[in-house]
Design a binder for this molecule. Structure first.
Ligand code: 3HC
Length: 293
């Protein structure tokens, strides 16, 4: 058995949340997009509108599809309004376990008792996130990648008490959002993608930390192997604070070797968080950095 989903709530209108909301409205779902302040909501809605325009200009969607998608979106600052009619809730807030646990408890209390509660965490335990929720069988990980609207892959992660029905409903919802879901049957740090990426990142960043080569040189090599972005450029794109938190988590739950690298720590300490602040390993103040060596 699986549930038919038509109404969803997205909690958090940032990099990931606005993208999840956009994929959902394009999938024909009614979406309540919630954030704690008006600036965040407005920014998220603007990004959705700009992206929809881009897709329309390239004829990836029609004018009619654009208008329909827009009419499916309901931005709100009212948590109750966002959740009261939702049959599926996506959480996309910062990677702080305590914050997510508190939020899931509230989501469980405010959303309908049958609503599925999904976390977009990139590596945290779904079982732990569900700790204070009643009916833990309805909590699942649904991990999208940045930029959500262009990246097809989604990890659907089973927590220790997630039911088969919840997994199947989440899986089918991803299909409806034009994504390619993969099932992760065991709740484990980093799931599949970030579990593979974590050790690779340690090796790459150790080269820069040791002064063997500059980030730009390492990125040029990675790009010459056909990757769309270099490692440091991608970290800037995702947000160095997000990457840093993820390394800290991996250090605690997997191995001390996963601690954030020296250069990453220096950037975060200075508040140079990548694309979102205009500066990280690269200068993003005039758009995507070009790497001319
Ligand atoms: N909406 C609509 N279209 C968009 C868009 C958006 N938000 N962003 C970019 N595009 C379009 C551009 O307009 C461009 O269209 P065009 O080819 O017709 O001109 C096209 O997408 C390609 O964009 P760019 O020319 O700017 O650059 P790229 O060719 O490099 O593509 C990219 C951009 C898809 C982001 C590519 O660089 C890429 O795949 N990068 C790697 C992304 C990645 O690995 N993400 C995973 C990060 S890890 C993660 O997310 C985990 C999480 O938990 C933190």
């Amino acid at each position: 058995m699986k549930k038919e989903i038509s109404n969803v709530a997205v909690i958090g209108a940032g990099d990931m949340g606005h993208g999840i909301a956009q994929a959902a409205i394009l999938g024909g779902l009614t979406v309540y997009l919630y954030d704690v302040n008006k600036e965040s909501i407005d920014r998220g809605v603007n990004r959705i509108n700009q992206s929809l325009e881009k897709l329309r200009k390239k004829e990836k969607i029609s004018e009619e599809e654009l208008n329909e998608a827009r009419s499916n979106l309901h931005p709100t600052l009212d948590f109750k309004e966002a959740l009261s009619s939702a049959s599926f809730v996506f959480e996309a807030v910062p990677e702080i376990l305590d914050l997510k646990q508190k939020l899931f408890k509230q989501m469980g209390e405010v959303a309908p008792k049958t609503a599925i509660l999904a976390s977009n965490t990139s590596n945290m335990s779904i079982t732990k996130i569900a700790e204070h929720v009643q009916n833990k069988d309805r909590v699942v990980g649904v991990h999208f990648f940045n930029p959500v609207i262009l990246m097809e892959l989604v990890e659907v992660i089973r927590g220790s008490e997630t039911s088969d029905e919840t997994i199947q409903t989440a899986y089918d919802l991803c299909l409806k959002m034009n994504k390619t879901p993969v099932r992760v049957e065991k709740d484990s740090p980093g799931f599949i993608v970030n579990r593979v990426n974590a050790p690779v990142s340690v090796f790459i960043e150790a080269i820069a930390d040791a002064g063997i080569a500059e980030p730009e040189e390492i990125d040029a090599l990675i790009k010459s192997h056909g990757k769309p972005m270099g490692h440091f450029e991608l970290m800037d794109y995702v947000g160095l604070d997000i990457v840093y938190d993820s390394c800290q988590y991996n250090k605690e739950v997997l191995h001390p070797n996963y601690a954030p690298s020296r250069l990453l720590t220096e950037k975060v300490d200075k508040g140079d968080l990548g694309k979102k602040t205009g500066k990280g390993f690269y200068d993003w103040s005039n758009g995507r950095p070009s790497i001319d060596l």
